[in-house]
Write a protein that binds this ligand. Structure first.
Ligand SMILES: *Cc1c(COP(=O)(O)O)cnc(C)c1O
Length: 391
């Protein structure tokens, strides 16, 4: 065997996003023991940094030692008990996974099905909550990465509150890219991922749980159906109070990377990061328009960090992606499920949401379209991008 030395690519798919050298360098620092006092000090800073990021005072805020999917399972397995009714808003791949999680936790999933690419309608969600007065939890995806739809989290949380439900929110793609206001909205359990708008390496899942969520967990009659993700056990390690003890070996160097990502975000300022995602999205959208490309999602509920564009008729979408990777070292995403073959998903997440990437994406896409019997004016599209960036 030989060392694996990958080429550097520009990552503009649905995640992972570009990881800066600064974060990669942080990861290469000396590995400490997972109970080393210096490392424990860093853990406390990570928890504080995540609280700022989630805009919460929740004491239970920490990164699960595994990717976003593990944060999802942490929330569902701990909060959903045998027989609990959970209303799940489904408007894409990640809502489908939520349903699967409810069932595996022993709960009863009642779904509000929404057409892919459309935002959840509050009236439809409310009707299902009214029909299911025994529902204990409302679950929804804040930023649906499979389509690029931005859900109205504040309104969904208000509906849940009105109907006596706790809330579980998927913020994997939203955290760091658009406002996630956990305390203001009153969300009870939120999970995210390190590799999307935080531009950190994949493999960690920041989560935060409210006191109400903890009360529900404390009142469980049956043990959580996962030993590794059982929060009451994980806390022996992540909650510093009364001293830490071994639960599992933390991914020490991956946590250095997350710590550095949080430092970088605090230097930029959270609101500036949100604004940067929005400006880059507007510049990209101007380029798309000039190239004659249409968005899948209506402007009112379009995510800045995940842009789903419709593949023009007669263009082989997989061939375009292969061309971009081979000729421009640029990765963009394919459509998932019913959107397969119909859209490209272009991410502007974290470090990837920058001028160079937007310009590269538009000029490379113009090149690809021209090579795929779809003549476009790349220079004009680039001008449209620059006009937005300069304004
Ligand atoms: C990426 C993603 C996940 C899963 O995260 P992994 O880190 O891939 O496990 C969950 N939900 C949404 C909305 C995502 O975009």
């Amino acid at each position: 065997m030989q060392s694996f030395i990958p080429q550097k690519r520009t990552l503009m798919g649905p995640g992972p996003s570009d990881v800066s050298d600064r974060i990669l360098e942080a990861m290469a620092r000396p590995t400490l023991g997972h109970l080393d006092p210096d490392f424990q000090r860093m853990m406390e800073e990570v928890k504080e940094g995540l609280k700022d990021l989630f805009q919460t005072q929740n004491k239970l805020t920490f990164p699960v030692s595994a990717p976003g999917s593990a944060g999802m399972e942490t929330c569902f397995l701990n909060l959903v008990e045998e027989g609990d009714t959970v209303v799940v808003v489904r408007n894409g791949v990640f809502g489908m996974r939520m349903t699967e999680n409810v069932i595996r936790a022993g709960g009863k999933a009642v779904t509000v099905d929404v057409e892919w690419g459309k935002a959840p309608q509050l009236a439809a969600v409310e009707a299902v909550l009214e029909d299911n007065p025994d529902a204990k939890i409302l679950a929804f995806v804040h930023a649906e990465t499979s389509t690029g739809v931005w859900a109205d989290a504040a309104a969904l949380c208000a509906l849940a509150e009105k109907h006596g439900c706790l809330t579980i929110m998927d913020a994997v793609t939203s955290l760091g890219g658009i406002p996630v206001l956990v305390d203001e909205w009153g969300v009870d359990a939120v999970y995210s991922g390190s590799q999307k708008c935080l531009s950190c390496t994949p493999g960690l899942s920041p989560v935060t749980l409210s006191e109400r969520a903890l009360d529900k967990i404390r009142a469980r009659k049956t043990p959580v159906r996962s030993w590794f993700l059982d929060l009451t056990l994980v806390m022996d390690y992540w909650d510093g109070e009364g001293g830490r003890s071994y639960h599992h070996t933390a991914p020490v160097n991956a946590l250095y990377a997350l710590h550095e990502a949080l430092v970088m975000l605090s230097e930029e300022g959270l609101e500036n990061a949100w604004a940067r995602h929005m400006i880059m999205h507007e510049a990209l959208a101007a380029g798309f328009e000039s190239l004659g490309l249409k968005f899948l999602v209506d402007a009112e509920c379009r995510l800045p960090q995940l842009n789903a564009v419709v593949v023009p008729d007669g263009v082989d979408e997989a061939s375009v992606r292969a061309f971009l990777l081979k000729e421009h070292n640029l990765e963009i995403g394919a459509g998932l499920g019913p959107m397969a073959g119909k859209v490209w998903r272009i991410g502007l997440m974290g470090s990837s949401a920058c001028e160079e990437n937007v310009e590269l994406c538009i000029s490379a896409l113009a090149d690809a379209l021209n090579r795929h019997q779809n003549p476009v004016d790349g220079a004009a599209a680039l001008k449209a991008v620059q006009a937005v960036l300069e304004s």
